[in-house]
Design a protein around this ligand. Structure first.
Ligand code: DON
Length: 321
């Protein structure tokens, strides 16, 4: 970073101007109070709805954070792209996509539906994410599988905060009738690899959803994806560029649930939301951004997160097309 600042060749040359625009956008978000905190998982319903954290990290390591950027929250569905990357690295595209499709479903994130081949539509909705969990180190002990995922998060966050919220995990597991239904539905259709233990797979999925980050650390995770799989702060290659390209493609088409088409049209950036109100946005080659604000719209995306993205593409030319 020091060398680059002397040469003056940062990916965002006028970082001070970017910070000023993001700060103005952040101030504007405070007045946005539509939506409701997810309460289908009791523990999630207890989060302060007013919380708002924004953080960004460029692919050359410049960082900025505002508001509640150090408050931990659960990644929830933002575990889905990371687990998908892990399955690609482990098995390759062909084997992974014998078990999960890659088309948007056009339906809610937990809808009881499979594609024409009897497979979940894509890895970014619950059914597909449960399927991906069955493919992450299936022969290993549960503890080792979780360590593998948690270690991947730590490498992607490069020293940023990564934790685990056991209360959310227990709360989610107790109230997961729909996810169990999705699991049995897929087992009925023989979608899983042979020898999959369904209960373990579901518990593993709930554990991955209960991994905690803060806005700062999630922005570094996003920056690692923006940087082709290499953490910009540590230089650690966590995923291959090919894996990241596939993941970002599916985040672009499927990352925002049944708002994905509209999001691709208006914002034009790969992103992934979670019911905890987290939103991870990737500006390929430029930076990763996280917005965390717990109130959600009807499809499950953070209201302020989406508002931030709309404002961002008005202020900057980040739409990829
Ligand atoms: O599977 C669930 O119900 C959640 N733990 C994760 C879903 C989620 O984050 C959907 N997001 N909008």
């Amino acid at each position: 970073v020091v060398e680059k600042s002397i040469r003056g060749d940062f990916v965002i040359p006028d970082f001070a101007a970017l910070k000023a625009e993001v700060a103005a956008s952040y101030e504007g978000l405070k007045g946005v109070d539509a939506g409701h905190v997810a309460d289908y998982i009791p523990q999630l319903g207890r989060v302060d709805p007013e919380k708002l954290g924004v953080a960004l990290c460029t692919t050359d390591g410049q960082r900025y954070a505002l508001g509640d950027a150090d408050v931990m929250f659960c990644v929830q569905s933002i575990c889905k792209p990371i687990n998908y990357c892990l399955t690609l690295e482990e098995h390759g595209t062909e084997i992974v996509h014998r078990h999960v499709g890659r088309e948007p479903s056009g339906r809610g994130f937990n809808e009881l539906t499979l594609n024409g081949d009897g497979l979940p539509h894509n890895p970014m909705i619950n059914s597909g994410a449960i399927m991906c969990c069955s493919l992450v180190r299936p022969a290993w002990e549960m503890a080792d599988r979780f360590d593998h995922v948690a270690e991947t998060w730590r490498r992607l966050a490069g020293g940023g905060a990564v934790g685990f919220n056991n209360a959310v995990y227990l709360s989610e597991r107790r109230t997961a009738d729909r996810n169990f239904a999705l699991g049995y539905f897929m087992r009925e259709h023989r979608s899983f690899p042979d020898n999959t233990d369904l209960t373990e797979t579901l518990e593993f999925y709930f554990q991955c959803c209960s991994i905690e980050v803060d806005a700062r650390s999630l922005s570094i995770v996003a920056a690692s994806l923006a940087n082709g799989g290499v953490n910009p702060l540590t230089g650690d290659r966590v995923f291959s560029a090919d894996t990241v390209r596939k993941c970002l493609s599916l985040m672009s088409s499927c990352g925002m649930y049944d708002y994905s088409g509209e999001f691709a049209f208006t914002i034009g950036l790969p992103a992934k939301s979670g019911v905890s109100g987290g939103l991870m946005i990737v500006v390929p080659g430029v930076m990763g951004i996280c917005v965390w604000s717990p109130r959600l719209d009807a499809v499950g995306n953070s209201v302020r997160g989406v508002a931030f993205c709309k404002d961002l593409v008005n202020r900057f030319n980040f739409h990829v097309y």
